[in-house]
Design a protein around this ligand. Structure first.
Ligand SMILES: Cc1ncc(C[n+]2csc(CCOP(=O)(O)OP(=O)(O)O)c2C)c(N)n1
Length: 320
């Protein structure tokens, strides 16, 4: 892997901060009762989505989960249109029909987030098969949580992609919990990447708080997939800092545990790398943070003031 340019590293940082600010704004509008339904914050996992998506091209496709605001932003989606979707407005990515858990941003290569755990994985495998049939060297990347790795969809998808050597990078984001279930109470191994051995494909485990480590691992897996050598299972180890959803009571874990994990903040950690290697000054990073915070104020304003879909169009876009 060639060394990364200043511009590239700052873009990584910007996208991580953009995700953080988006999630804080989304939690805020939920708490203020401005939206229907809740949101599933990606806070603490920013290095995973950004490290993976920065290794992708615009024509590569991702498929998400209920916790995919971060994946969409990492792939380049517009936060204002995402916020409008969360508000159920016509200006949203799915014209307000999808909401937080179903944002699909086709213009930037997001096939869509899906709330049924594990269901995005075979869709990405289908996209990869499509690339193969069309003679393209694009890759498909389904994101999954640790809980999603025990679904049939996950295992059938790994098997199919492995036997057909499809260009898929299966990204498992081990944030340690599936709602209230600690991952070790649901799987019989510490390291989920060993599951790759059952399908004869590489399994890689990487520090999901370290954006450069995630990027390096994703870059290698993408190169392998593009040259026709087949899929990789990439596990990023991080932690879900907020509740499963905004407003969740979190009775299954202690404040001490959460606070200890907060110290690993991937944005703070990357800021330290960027300032110590001379990529940026603390003031420059602060400017990025302020600009992204301001962007979210504008995104919320845009979403609040945008019109609702016309009820007469309720049945539109249901059938292709
Ligand atoms: C098939 C299915 N079963 C159960 C649920 C309810 N549910 C929603 S999120 C979730 C946990 C998912 O955990 P994980 O895959 O680890 O993702 P995380 O929430 O940690 O990002 C469950 C069980 C669902 N949405 N779909």
């Amino acid at each position: 892997m060639e060394s990364l340019t200043t511009e590239f590293k700052l873009e990584m940082y910007r996208r991580m901060v953009r995700i953080r600010e988006f999630e804080l704004a989304a939690m805020d509008v939920f708490k203020r009762g401005l939206i229907k339904g809740t949101v599933h914050p990606y806070i603490g996992q920013e290095a995973s989505g950004v490290g993976v998506c920065m290794a992708l091209r615009p024509d590569d496709l991702i498929a998400g989960t209920h916790r995919s605001h971060g994946h969409n932003i990492a792939k380049g989606a517009d936060p204002a249109r995402m916020m409008a979707e969360i508000f159920g407005k016509e200006a949203g990515y799915c014209r307000g029909r999808g909401g937080s858990m179903h944002i699909a941003a086709f213009d930037t290569g997001s096939l869509g987030a899906l709330a049924v755990v594990g269901s995005g994985i075979p869709i990405a495998v289908g996209a990869a098969l499509g690339f193969r049939m069309q003679g393209k060297d694009s890759v498909a990347v389904p994101f999954t949580g640790d809980g999603g790795t025990s679904t049939g969809n996950f295992h059938e998808s790994l098997n199919m992609a492995a036997i057909w050597k499809l260009p898929v990078i299966f990204v498992v984001e081990n944030n340690k919990y599936a709602v209230s279930t600690y991952y070790r109470d649901a799987v019989s191994t510490d390291d989920l990447s060993v599951r790759a051995a059952g399908y004869g494909i590489p399994g890689v485990n990487v520090d999901g708080f370290d954006v450069l480590a995630v990027y390096a691992a994703a870059h290698e897996a993408v190169a392998r997939a593009r040259r026709g050598d087949g899929p990789t299972l990439l596990v990023t180890e991080s932690y879900r800092i907020e509740g499963h959803y905004a407003g969740e009571p979190e009775v299954y874990r202690s404040r001490e545990e959460v606070n200890a994990q907060r110290q690993k903040d991937p944005i703070v950690r990357f800021a330290e790398v960027l300032t110590s290697d001379g990529t940026a000054t603390p003031e420059e990073l602060q400017e990025i943070q302020s600009a992204e915070a301001a962007r979210m104020v504008a995104a919320v304003e845009f979403a609040r003031s945008a019109p609702m879909p016309d009820p007469a169009t309720a049945m539109d876009y249901i059938y292709a």
